[in-house]
Design a protein around this ligand. Structure first.
Ligand code: SF4
Ligand code: SF4
Length: 166
């Protein structure tokens, strides 16, 4: 994918807050000790591989407008390479940010549009997950390390999806 205008992080550093960085033993939802919020990484040359290889969806695609920039939306989005799910990691300092507009309507739209191909939308606030499906939201609580999410289609015309952790 080629961007008409290459994007840069600029003053955004939100991925340095929301994610677990195993090499640094950094917990989700707390600022990395090397991060200078609003400026960038204070350990750039020696940053771990998890940081080197990460790019959020906003930075790699121009289908998301400026309102989706993570520092503004409070949402860091990425496609899980294993499951192909769209994972939205919300700034725990603004846990309801994904319910604000224009984000919420678009998230609901993606949940419906992704259904035929099985691309699911999962919203995380730290490790607590809400799966957004065509029939609505399924709050499935905390996802432990290594736990998987299994989504089953409704078995009757008026049934709901079922979501289980395994
Ligand atoms: S969340 Fe995206 S835009 Fe923000 S610092 Fe990380 S990669 Fe850059
Ligand atoms: S090492 Fe740098 S890039 Fe990685 S989380 Fe910390 S501040 Fe961000």
């Amino acid at each position: 994918m080629t961007l008409a205008q290459p994007r840069t992080c600029g003053t955004c550093t939100l991925c340095c807050k929301v994610y677990h960085i195993p090499e640094l033993d950094k917990r989700m939802g707390s600022w990395c000790k090397f991060c200078v919020p609003g400026k960038g990484c204070g350990n750039y040359e020696a940053r771990p591989n998890t940081c080197r290889t990460f790019n959020c969806l906003w930075i790699i695609t121009d289908i998301l407008g400026p309102e989706w920039k993570p520092e503004r939306s409070k949402l860091v989005m990425a496609i899980d390479p294993e499951t192909n799910f769209l994972k939205i990691q919300v700034d725990p300092g603004a846990p309801r940010a994904w319910r604000a507009e224009p984000y919420y309507s678009q998230i609901r739209h993606w949940a419906v549009a992704g259904d035929p191909t099985g691309r699911r939308v999962i919203v995380f606030v730290n490790d607590r997950a809400t799966v957004v499906l065509p029939d609505g939201e399924h709050d499935i609580g905390v996802i432990a390390q290594g736990e998987r999410i299994q989504i089953n289609r409704p078995t009757s015309p008026n049934g709901r999806f079922s979501v289980v952790k395994s």
